[in-house]
Write a protein of this length. Structure first.
Length: 334
């Protein structure tokens, strides 16, 4: 269990439900959901038959990364925005967003059906239709414009994408200092390469709405009438921001490179739904390299806050170091 996850039990779940829906709302059953590493998440069946999800943020005394401040409120804003401006994107309906000094921040949402794309892949199920659906959903999401680049809520942002993205990287490097995270390369080298290629970011003039965390554990699917799984949900939008749509192509292809797999079902779905994808463009490839660098840096820096160490997960440490080195080497080429 991550240190950021609040410890819940059935009685506390009932308190959150009552605070959300009133004292007459009853709970017939509840159980924790696994797979996430930030918030505490429980499935809940209400006495009126509704199936909902309770998501509770960390206690206020728990230290977080800079971009993680106010993530529960950020997800509430995201769900309202998507429901209003991108209704084709299957996100959970927001039932209630609450915040108080005792219970902290929490969300109550509808429960979307399905198993995660990660589970389906492990089970050997056909997943191309799910991945194509994810591509189409992100293309729809990217048609929503923002009024800034970067995060909202006083976190890293800017009037240009260059300004916002470099601020995002700088905040992660500051977090690495705060948490004494040993980076596989000097922070100065990371900053140098980001600034060296920052001109490639200047072509991004429109702040598109991005999910950012579309890895397979946040994608839900159910079997269609033909037995082939299809997309039913895209969850955990608390990390959303506004920027370059290419940033959203990194997590769905975790540990892979879009430019090496242009015919992947996810990318085909994105293109078919109208998402521009000029993977042969050298500037696009530079931007994708910067965005993978950002993701691997984030995954490295967040480890202490999640209770992950070199001792209890050496494979993750080694893999991220290797991936960071590969992206750095590619960006360092003339």
């Amino acid at each position: 269990m991550s240190p950021t996850q609040r410890l819940l039990d059935a009685e506390l779940v009932r308190r959150y439900v009552a605070a959300s829906l009133g004292p007459d709302a009853g709970v017939t059953s509840c159980a924790p959901l696994t797979g996430g590493g930030f918030a505490a998440v429980w499935s809940v069946t209400l006495d009126d038959g509704r199936a909902v999800v309770l998501k509770v943020g960390p206690p206020p005394e728990v230290p977080l990364l800079r971009y993680e401040r106010g993530l529960i409120g950020a997800e509430a804003r995201y769900l309202r925005l998507v429901a209003a401006r991108a209704p084709a994107v299957p996100v959970p309906p927001l039932v209630h967003h609450g915040s108080d000094a005792v219970l902290g921040d929490w969300l109550l949402t509808g429960l979307l059906p399905g198993r995660t794309l990660h589970q389906l892949t492990v089970d050997g199920a056909p997943v191309d239709a799910v991945r194509a659906g994810l591509g189409a959903a992100l293309a729809a999401l990217h048609r929503v414009d923002g009024d800034r680049f970067g995060y909202d809520g006083g976190r890293a942002a800017g009037t240009t994408w260059r300004e916002a993205f470099t601020a995002m990287v700088d905040e992660l490097l500051a977090d690495a200092v705060d948490w004494a995270v040993p980076l596989p390369v000097p922070a100065g080298r990371l900053r140098h390469l980001v600034h060296r290629h920052a001109d490639a970011l200047d072509v991004v003039r429109r702040p598109a709405l991005l999910h950012v965390d579309g890895w397979a554990g946040n994608v839900l699917a159910v079997d269609g009438p033909d037995g082939v799984p299809r997309l039913t949900g895209l969850v955990d939008g608390e990390r959303h921001l506004y920027g370059d749509p290419l940033l959203d192509l990194v997590s769905p292809l975790l540990f892979r490179r879009a430019e090496d797999e242009p015919d992947d079902a996810f990318l085909r779905g994105y293109r078919t739904a109208g998402g521009p994808l000029p993977l042969d463009d050298p500037g696009v490839r530079r931007r994708l390299g910067l965005y993978r660098l950002h993701l691997y840096l984030l995954m490295t820096v967040e480890m202490p806050s999640r209770g992950i160490t070199r001792e209890n997960d050496p494979a993750r440490v080694a893999r991220l170091a290797e991936l960071l080195d590969r992206e750095l080497a590619a960006l360092a080429e003339p």
